[in-house]
Design a protein around this ligand. Structure first.
Ligand SMILES: C[S@@+](CC[C@H](N)C(=O)[O-])C[C@H]1O[C@@H](n2cnc3c(N)ncnc32)[C@H](O)[C@@H]1O
Length: 286
């Protein structure tokens, strides 16, 4: 590997910057829009709290034809936010960008009685940084655990999930891409509990080993609607989707598709064939 590649990957590891592929951003935006209970005359306030180069906001804007939008991108890396600004500038949409640490913004908001509308939003679309305890350092991860009521091995995205929720209106929608680790690990149990208490869960997609990211991240996508309080249960069963490559001998008929994104939109369980590789798609309701 040449030195610029090494530099890119070590920066990626320290900051958890695994940028979202455009097709996945589009799929997440579409899924959120299909659950939008708003009329086209309302303005929708949308935030990405770690917007990177703006892929998620851009795709949300492109997919949300007919809605009036007010977009807010937060990002602590100046170079990335300049790219995001330039990309969104090409569209005729209200978009504001703020180069700040999201946690410092959330703490500031918590100290004010009045929250400007732009910081309390209808939709959060996000792919927060994944940085494990070992890299965060013990002091910082303990501080995050205390502030956001997390237990076990804290990853930066766990704290993001809690902090984001404080910036979402009741009834607002969250569509978030993270590592899939919190779905099964002991360290993820406080996050699972938090999400179940604060959201009516619409869908969780475990993208297993689908290699959608260039780094060794196994992604999952969570879609939920923020509840007014913890005592409200699920009104509808949540969808739980697992998509993973399989070497299993296939006895059933495979369905040929050209990309993984064709499977995400499907409602049919089974084995799909993409470029001669078999991918199992399994949907369950809870
Ligand atoms: C996983 S990347 C995702 C970027 C973009 N949302 C996307 O989906 O392509 C996470 C981003 O979070 C930014 N970031 C890390 N810590 C942050 C913080 N405390 N506040 C705001 N942004 C942060 C990183 O610079 C990086 O751009």
């Amino acid at each position: 590997m040449n030195s610029s590649v090494v530099e890119k990957y070590s920066k990626q590891k320290m900051t958890g910057s695994h940028f979202t592929p455009a097709e996945l951003a589009k799929a997440v935006a579409r899924r959120l829009l299909s659950n939008m209970g708003k009329s086209h005359s309302d303005t929708i306030f949308v935030m990405d709290p770690s917007c990177g180069d703006g892929e998620l906001l851009l795709n949300f804007a492109l997919e949300s034809k007919g809605y009036k939008l007010n977009l807010l991108g937060i990002e602590e890396d100046l170079q990335s936010i300049e790219i995001a600004k330039a990309r969104l500038d090409c569209l005729d949409i209200n978009a504001e960008f703020n180069c700040i640490d999201f946690f410092s913004l959330v703490s500031k908001q918590a100290n004010f009685d009045y929250k400007p509308d732009k910081y309390l939003v209808d939709v959060i679309i996000a792919n927060p940084p994944y940085v494990r305890t070992q890299i965060l350092g013990a002091d910082y991860s303990q501080r995050l655990a205390k502030e956001y009521n997390l237990s076990g091995r804290v990853d930066l995205y766990h704290a993001f999930l809690v902090a984001m929720t404080s910036q979402l209106k009741i009834g607002g929608l969250l569509g978030v891409i993270t590592s899939n680790r919190y779905l099964t690990t002991k360290g993820g149990s406080s996050v699972r509990k938090f999400l179940a208490e604060h959201y009516e869960i619409i869908e969780i997609i475990d993208l297993g080993d689908t290699k959608l990211f260039e780094a060794a991240v196994l992604p999952a996508v969570f879609f939920g609607r923020k509840k007014a309080n913890k005592s409200i249960g699920q009104k509808e069963p949540a969808n739980f989707l697992r998509i993973y490559e399989t070497d299993k001998e296939v006895i059933e008929k495979t369905i040929s598709v050209s990309s993984i994104y064709d499977i995400i939109g499907s409602s049919r369980n089974g084995v799909y064939s993409i470029n001669n590789k078999n991918t199992q798609y399994q949907m369950e309701n809870y």
